[in-house]
Design a protein around this ligand. Structure first.
Ligand code: HEC
Ligand code: HEC
Length: 433
């Protein structure tokens, strides 16, 4: 009996070894997922690689003083230790929002921003939280005024971008004037231009900081390096289970159709049939996703094709203009990156699932999938994987955990904006995290 058991165990071991051989086609596919290339230039942002702008942007990112209650910063929701997410199903700033907070590692590689892609550049994305009632709940005039009235920020701004508008003039620049308020509409055209210019410059500084948020090598990247060089030591970075999961990922589980390339996303939008999960006033929130995102980005004057872009007729602008909205965009959301996915629970645009296994079980059964009309993507079929296969796929997903960027990028900079020596009175009042 014992001998038989040993032989079976031995055979199993051999089979396991053999099972982790990759076919040439699998190998080709796997190599496409690593390494992450350098951050592409953003021609719409002349400051995207400017270190001074990145430092100013970093100070802004961690500063709670721009929110109406003095307690919310970008980092309230995009927390560095959680790969720049917040651990909540649905984000909460001044008030609860309607969507889940995505992570920001490697974000400068994205083509569209937000789950619905309603921003087409990293800097234009950064404008949204300022006036969003459930994020900072502030206004563009108050935002620029705070830069103007702070010696440190004003000096840093002036060094980079030139003079600020004369924000001390509260008659020309009435407090609380957000972009849709009557006070804003009553302002001089030239003054509105000047505030928008300053605000977009500051957003470009924030984008310069965000573009530095690159993850390091994950175990998966070490494995691919090993596979590329036929080096067993490198390949040992993935357990046999994770390697079997990888085989499923690029093979019969079909994940790479959408989670493709080094960031495990095609940067496009798909409807995977998730039913509404978040309740608002007792009703499930039906979110049109990309269907609403397309007209929003096309109409926005603060997009790649607008006059505040540094490349208003380039590729990005052209892509935004030429996107055609169709019925298939209803309920479609951006394919999220799977890098650092272990740190970014809950999952999906409304935080539908608390664990990665719950996500896999959804793909496995497509239980509760909400079918639309005939425009529904036909890509997804229930996978019907067995328990061992699901465990393998999970082990593979865990191998995409990269180290965070260097420590100095994960907190308010120690030399935020050169001149200022005293901290802001409200800079320590983080909301509960
Ligand atoms: C109240 C929480 C909250 C705050 C504050 C906040 N964000 Fe976000 N962020 C979110 C949520 C939620 C989304 C997705 C919203 C959507 O898709 O509609 C998001 C999306 C993003 C994205 C798009 C990522 C992608 O892959 O599409 C970026 C970049 C980003 N935020 C940066 C920032 C910056 C910079 C700030 C500060 C100026 C900020 N956020 C403030 C919650 C927040
Ligand atoms: C048809 C394209 C498509 C296929 C195929 C696909 N995904 Fe996705 N995936 C998406 C989209 C789109 C979302 C976001 C959906 C949403 O929030 O509405 C998503 C979300 C996820 C998430 C949650 C990420 C997060 O940050 O919230 C994980 C994990 C995931 N997919 C893993 C997989 C795995 C594993 C497979 C293969 C079994 C797979 N996906 C197959 C398009 C796809």
């Amino acid at each position: 009996m014992l001998v038989a058991a040993c032989i079976i165990a031995l055979l199993h071991g051999v089979a396991e070894e053999a099972g982790i051989d990759f076919t040439p086609q699998e190998k080709r596919r796997i190599l496409q997922h690593s390494p992450i290339p350098p951050v592409p230039d953003d021609p719409t942002n002349d400051w995207d690689k400017n270190p001074g702008a990145a430092l100013l942007g970093q100070a802004l990112f961690f500063d709670t003083g721009f929110s109406r209650n003095g307690a919310v910063s970008c980092s309230t929701c995009h927390q560095p230790p959680r790969a720049f997410t917040d651990g909540r199903s649905i984000a909460k700033g001044l008030a609860p929002g309607t969507r889940h907070t995505p992570g920001l590692l490697n974000v400068a590689h994205q083509r569209w921003f937000f789950w619905d892609g309603r921003a087409d550049t990293l800097w234009s994305q950064a404008l949204h939280p300022i006036e969003h009632p459930s994020e900072f709940g502030s206004s563009r005039v108050d935002f620029v005024r705070r830069i103007h009235s702070d010696d440190g920020y004003r000096a840093a701004y002036t060094d980079l971008f030139g003079v600020l508008p004369p924000m001390e003039d509260v008659e020309r620049f009435p407090p609380g004037s957000h972009g849709t308020s009557d006070a804003w509409k009553a302002m001089d055209q030239a003054d509105r231009e000047a505030v928008n210019r300053a605000m977009t410059n500051l957003a470009k500084a924030v984008a310069a900081y965000e573009s530095r948020l690159r993850g390091g090598n994950a175990p998966f990247d070490l494995f691919v390096e090993g596979l590329r060089n036929s080096d067993p030591a490198g390949m040992a970075a993935l357990s046999p289970s994770a390697q079997r999961g990888l085989k499923l990922f690029v093979g019969k589980a079909g994940c790479r159709q959408c989670h493709s390339g080094p960031l495990f996303t095609d940067f496009e939008f798909h409807n995977i049939g998730l039913p509404a999960h978040h309740m608002v006033d007792g009703q499930p929130l039906r979110d049109p996703g990309r269907f609403d995102g397309i007209p929003l980005v096309q109409k926005s004057a603060l997009s790649a094709h607008g006059s505040f872009s540094d490349d208003p007729v380039g590729d990005k602008a052209r892509r935004t203009r030429s996107t055609k909205r169709g019925q298939e965009h209803w309920g479609a959301f951006k394919t999220p990156t799977l890098r650092n996915i272990t740190s970014t629970a809950p999952y999906m645009h409304q935080g539908h699932f608390n664990t990665l296994m719950d996500v896999l079980l959804y793909y496995n059964t497509l239980e509760d999938m909400e079918l639309q009309d005939h425009h529904q993507e036909a890509v997804l079929k229930p996978l019907n994987l067995d328990e061992a296969e699901l465990a393998d796929l999970l082990a593979f997903l865990h191998s995409l955990e990269s180290p965070l960027p260097e420590e100095s990028l994960l907190q308010a900079p120690s030399r935020p904006h050169q001149v200022q020596e005293h901290p802001h009175p409200d800079s320590n009042e983080g909301v509960e995290q």
